[in-house]
Design a protein around this ligand. Sequence first.
Ligand code: HEM
Length: 444
Amino acid sequence: MTTVPVPGPRRLPLLGNLPAFSRDPLAFFTRLRERGDLVEWRLGPQRALFLSRPEDIGELLTGIETEFRHPELGWAFKLVLGEGVVTSEGPAWRRKRALVQPAVRPRQVRGYAETMADCAATLADTWRPGQRLDVRDEMLGLTQRIAVRTLFGADTAGRESMIGPAMDVAQRAIGDEFRGVTLFLPPWIPTPGRRRLKRAVTVIDREVARVTELRRRGDEDRDDLLSRLLAARDEQDRPLTDKEIRDEAVTLYIGGHETTGTTLTWAWYLLSRSPGARARLTRELDDVLGGRPPGHDDLKQLPWTEQIIKETLRLYPPVWLMTGIAKADSTLAGRPVAEGTVLWSSQWSAHRDARWFPRPDDFRPERWDPDAAEAVPDHAWFPFGGGSRACLGARFAMVEAVLVLATLAQRFHVETDPGDIPPRTGLTLQPSCPLQATLRPAAG
Ligand code: HEM
C-alpha cells in the first residue's frame, strides 16, 4: 500500500531539524509519529524519512543488506569491535553471521542458562534486607559477570576484574564519541576519553589473546561461547583466525551486556510502580519454583516473568533507533525513495503507538497474554530489530533476563525510590539518574 509522506516540522536553513532532534530525540520522534505514518525531515543537509507503520518498518528491516545499508559506525566502533558481525557489511557480514550463529543457537543457550542463574544466585547471596543499592550498578555488574563467564568460562577466573571493566571503558568511550564536541573532532585528536579508550582496547586485546591461546593449547571442549567460536568452520572448512575470534568475542560482549543489564534495571523500576504485576510475579514464582532456584526447564512455566520482560522492552527498548540508507533509487511503502535517503524508525515511538498498544504508556504485561498478543502486528514491537540482521542474541537475552529476574525476585523485593525517572538516550536507553532502591525480603 502506498503511503503519502507528510512534511515534517519546520526546518532551519542548513541545519534542518537537527536542533530539535539533538535536544530531545525521543520527544522529536514522538512528534514525527503524531504527524503521520511517513514523515519527511532533514538532519542538516541529509534527506530523511521517518517510518511509523509496522509494515513499513518491516520493509526497512528486511531490506537491510539488499536495498538499504547501515550507516557508517565510526572509528571508535571499529577500534573496539574490529571487523565483527556488527561492523561488517555484504559478503563479509554474511560469512561472519553464519560463523557466530551456532554459538547462540537455542541448544547452546540452554547450556549457558546454568551460568546465568548461578551468577544471579551468587549476587542474591550478597544482598541483605534493608540494604540500599543502585539498581543499575547491580544489574550491569551482574550482566557483566554473566557475559564474561558465558564467553570465556573458567579461564577468566580471577581476571574478570580486568576484562569486564576494560570492556566497559571501551563501551562508554564509544558512546562519548557521539556526544558533544567530540562528535566534530577528527579521530586523530587525542582527548582524555580517547586515551582511555586506547588503553582499554590494549587490555581487551591482551586478555582475549591470552584466553584464546590457553584454549587452543588445551584440547578440552568447553561449554562456552569461546569454544563454539573456536569450533566454527566456514563454507571452505576454515576456522576463525585469532583476530576474528577477538572481534566476535568483543562484539558478543558489547552487544549483550549493557542491553540486557539495562532491561533488568527498567524491569525493577516498572515492577516497583506496579504492585499488581509484582504480586502476580511472586505467585508465579512460588507456584512453579516453590523456593528452589530456576533453571532452563522452568522457562515455559514462567510466562508472566517473560511477559514482564517483553513489556519492559516495549516501554524502554535499549536499542531505540534503527536506520538504513537507500543504496540506490528504490521504493518503500509503495513510493520512490531517492538514493542516499536515510530511513529512520524508532522503537521508542513505535512501541508507544496507541493503535497497537492501548494505553501505551502504562506498564501492562497482560498485553502479552497469548490471546491479546495475537492482535499486535508484526514489527510493531521490535526491540531486537528484524530481518536478516536481527539480533543474534535475542534468545540469549530473553533467557538471561527471565532467569535473573526469577532468581532475584524470588528472594527480594527491589523497592525503587518514588519519583519518575525519564530515560536518557545514548548507545542504549538508560535511566537519566541513579535508580536507588531498598531491598525487602520477598516473603515479607
Ligand atoms: C535486551 C537485550 C538486547 C537487545 C535489546 C538487542 C538489540 C539488538 C538490535 C536492535 C540489533 C540490530 C541492530 C541493527 O541492525 O542495527 C542487534 C544486533 C545484534 N545483537 Fe543484540 N540485543 C540484545 C542482546 C544481545 C545479546 C545478549 C547478544 C549476544 C549474546 C547480542 C548480539 C547481537 C549481535 C551479534 C548483533 C548483530 C547481528 C547482525 O548484524 O547480523 N545481542 N541487537
